[in-house]
Design a protein around this ligand. Structure first.
Ligand SMILES: [Fe+2]
Ligand SMILES: [Fe+2]
Length: 133
């Protein structure tokens, strides 16, 4: 199952950010596929781990950029990142503990992230970067 497909609406115009988003979306699709195929728990958990690691690296790069350019909306954008990481970690914790954590719940969380973080917050950041200050 292809859960999410790259499209122009996700393009921020910032090469580094766009590259990171494509990679994260690939991982989201791998997670969706694993879920659909009922892959073993260890496999899904490892995939989730990889997604979290990539997300953290990606967010850190954006946050370092925001700090460097003294981006006015740094606080709000960082809070959005923090919220997503918290949600995914909470999901992983309940999944690993054998609770009945449904991957579809995670995919819905990730969808809202694609919309709010990439389509809105990251685009605004990329626009700010593009204008000389
Ligand atoms: Fe991003
Ligand atoms: Fe972001």
């Amino acid at each position: 199952m292809t859960w999410t497909t790259w499209s122009e609406k996700y393009a921020t115009g910032h090469a580094g950010m766009d590259h990171g988003h494509r990679r994260l979306m690939e991982l989201i699709n791998q997670l969706a596929e694993a879920m659909e195929d009922n892959k073993p728990m260890s496999f899904c958990s490892e995939l989730l781990e990889r997604f979290i690691a990539h997300t953290r690296t990606h967010f850190l790069a954006e946050e370092q950029l925001m700090d460097r350019i003294r981006y006015p909306k740094t606080k709000e954008h960082k809070a959005l990142h923090e919220m997503l990481v918290k949600d995914v970690l909470a999901f992983k914790e309940s999944y690993d503990s054998g609770e009945n954590a449904q991957f579809i719940t995670l995919l819905v969380i990730l969808d809202s992230w694609l919309e709010r973080d990439i389509s809105v917050a990251d685009k605004e950041l990329a626009e700010f970067v593009a204008v000389p200050h």
